[in-house]
Design a protein around this ligand. Structure first.
Ligand code: ASP
Length: 310
């Protein structure tokens, strides 16, 4: 592999942050430590000359294994008090992609998304079919209650207690949503993105969000950028957010910073809040969000950074 490009990694742990007023120093420290661990896992691979795909998957696995984020272990409860998880990966080289939706027994859904990409002729597998492929590939399967944590159970109770739709929209962002995601450029100049989520607290059973939908919550194209989004999935789907960022760059000549900001503004006109992390072919990073905060971290020129609020 020709070592001519500077490796870059950016991750997010969701735009559904605990409000700054309720965040304690100890809690913030736990989030920062988890984000740092994800960055180390991903950037270690890039620094050693590994691929951007390996790096984004490794970073996302660390966040899936943490109960702090709404993905994997810390996934939210749906309206049936169950968990249905979505995840995707996309490789900027050759536009290869894989995704799983509404899975209930795969410990690391992002690994299953990669299995779909690498071992099937399909892009997106849902529910039992996705679980069968994951099991066959030797991925770790868990009982569905592996994903049940006390804090997400309390969030479900809080959201259910909001009787009216208006009251529901006032519910704290941390109770409503979150996702994890990662984007990277490796030494070969290849871009990749990965996403994983439990979706929305109290979502209807069978609901699939933007995170496993190529072009909506995730996109990667070496000619433009890699994007991993977080936020109100229905709005991101209708805005085709992640592809919009890439299209603005390719066809409109916009910079990554402008394209990602404008694409997010468009989501906002559809009533969607959230954010994204993105990296372009030159290694520029953008991490805009229109919520109070977004758990995020990035490594540029070997320097590790994590942040929660503005
Ligand atoms: N985008 C995710 C979904 O709608 C949730 C989130 O990122 O907050 O499933």
């Amino acid at each position: 592999m020709r070592a001519s490009h500077r490796p870059v990694l950016a991750i997010h742990g969701g735009a559904g942050t605990v409000s700054a007023a309720r965040m304690t120093p100890a809690r913030a420290a736990r989030y920062r430590a988890a984000l740092s661990a994800a960055l180390r896992a991903g950037y270690g691979i890039l620094a050693d000359g590994g691929s951007s795909m390996d790096a984004v998957v490794a970073a996302v696995v660390v966040m899936e294994n943490s109960p702090l984020f709404n993905a994997g272990r810390g996934a939210v409860f749906n309206a049936d008090a169950r968990h249905e998880l979505d995840a995707a990966v996309m490789d900027g080289a050759g536009s290869r992609a894989g995704a799983v939706a509404a899975v209930r027994r795969i410990r690391n859904p992002v690994l299953a998304a990669r299995v779909v990409m690498e071992t099937t002729p399909h892009v997106l597998l849902a529910a039992a079919g996705a679980e069968r492929i994951a099991r066959k590939a030797g991925l770790t399967m868990v009982a569905p209650d592996y994903f049940s944590t006390a804090s997400r159970a309390r969030a479900l109770a809080r959201v259910r207690a909001q009787a009216t739709q208006q009251a529901r929209s006032m519910t704290a962002a941390a109770d409503r949503h979150g996702t994890v995601g990662a984007v990277a450029r490796d030494r070969a100049g290849n871009l990749a993105a990965a996403t994983s989520t439990g979706g929305y607290t109290n979502k209807l059973a069978g609901r699939v969000g933007d995170s496993p939908l190529i072009g909506a919550g995730i996109y990667a194209d070496n000619a433009a950028c890699a994007v991993a989004a977080t936020g109100h999935g229905e709005s991101f789907i209708r805005a085709v957010l992640a592809y919009d960022v890439a299209a603005r760059m390719r066809y409109g000549g916009e910079t990554l910073a402008v394209a990602s900001r404008r694409a997010l503004e468009r989501v906002a006109t559809l009533g969607g809040d959230g954010g994204l992390v993105a990296v372009d072919r030159s290694g520029n990073l953008a991490m805009p969000f229109n919520t109070e905060g977004m758990y995020r971290g990035w490594v540029e020129r070997g320097r590790y950074r994590v942040a929660i609020y503005r």
